[in-house]
Ligand binder design. Sequence first.
Ligand code: PMP
Length: 395
Amino acid sequence: MGQLEERYKNYRVPQEYMKQGVYPYFREITSKQATEVEMAGHKVLMFGSNAYTGLTGDERVIEAAKKALDKYGSGCAGSRFLNGTLDIHVQLEKELAEFVHKDEALCFSTGFTVNSGVIATVVGKGDYIICDDRDHASIVDGRRLSFARTLHYKHNDMDDLERVLKTLPYEAVKLIIVDGVFSMEGDLAKLPEIVALKKKYNCSIMVDEAHGLGVFGKQGRGVCDHFGLSDEVDLIMGTFSKSLASIGGFIAAGKETINYLRHTSRTYIFSASDTPAATAAALEALHIIQEEPERIEHLWDITNYALKRFQEEGFEIGDSESPIIPLYVRDIHKTFLVTQAAFEAGVFINPVIPPACAPQDTLIRFSLMASHSKEEVERGVQILKKVFVDLGIIK
Ligand code: PMP
């Protein structure tokens, strides 16, 4: 047995859950990512997707991707820096910058590589990164790659953020990085308070809009727009893998910062650019979001309905203010049991366990799409209610 095989032969956790028949990961989907998907030969209601605007199966998005495939081919075979820049990449960057009220934007291959490549590059030795302790893993990895010093504050605790800021030199570059919408709990960053502290302590701010775009703000422009604070935020990051029905990500900022990142960010320069189909799909989704405000209105109708119904039925749902609704279980094993029982009863939801949350905070992440009907949401609530009651999690 080789060194690595020897080392990892005792990595048992997934196998234990496999033996019990409750291993919930890597299930194969054999249909489009719509409100109902086909998995393991049966149809389940999809309440575990990040496609908040419900556009991944939209005919116009699919058609735009097909046309780009025909025109430009299947891949770009190089990075943006060299042979991988298409006119549609540039067009998408322009439109995204305008959409989030910034001078310019850069498109990366995924949202993860935006955070890991931008944070590592934009701050360095002698600078400080200040993170909410629930920031996304890609933010964590970005700050690990940076030579700046990182400090954390307790989730959404503005007194704790101020305590941290007070200890740092006024003139130093200090970048506060937050998820606009926290990806597991569905609550929002307290942006007005963070901006006030930015001014008081001479900082910069980066907001991850992965779960805010297409959901919050005018025409889905995000959480910064929702609070009317886009001008106060220095860097806005977004991804195409959720509301924009594709894959890829972007950073938007002032033109000097973007010019610097364009020539120095390693995940941008040393990684191939987004495929033509992915780029065209994101562009089309961005147009549809702006042209069809009724999609976002409906998303909010069903979100408010689901929040109310889960509360009425006695679920513990934390502080969610978004289409991401956490249903707390607070026990890893039971979280897997819920996932399996719900799946068998026809509902797909995501189990959230460490490191995505603290061990005592395990939960079921229930998320909505604009394509869900109220009846589908009600069916989801009913099925989950039975599962949670049967397992003794709620009464
Ligand atoms: N930021 C947040 C808050 C996320 O939730 C995610 C993905 N789940 C990412 C960044 C990474 O985005 P992508 O999937 O485009 O790599």
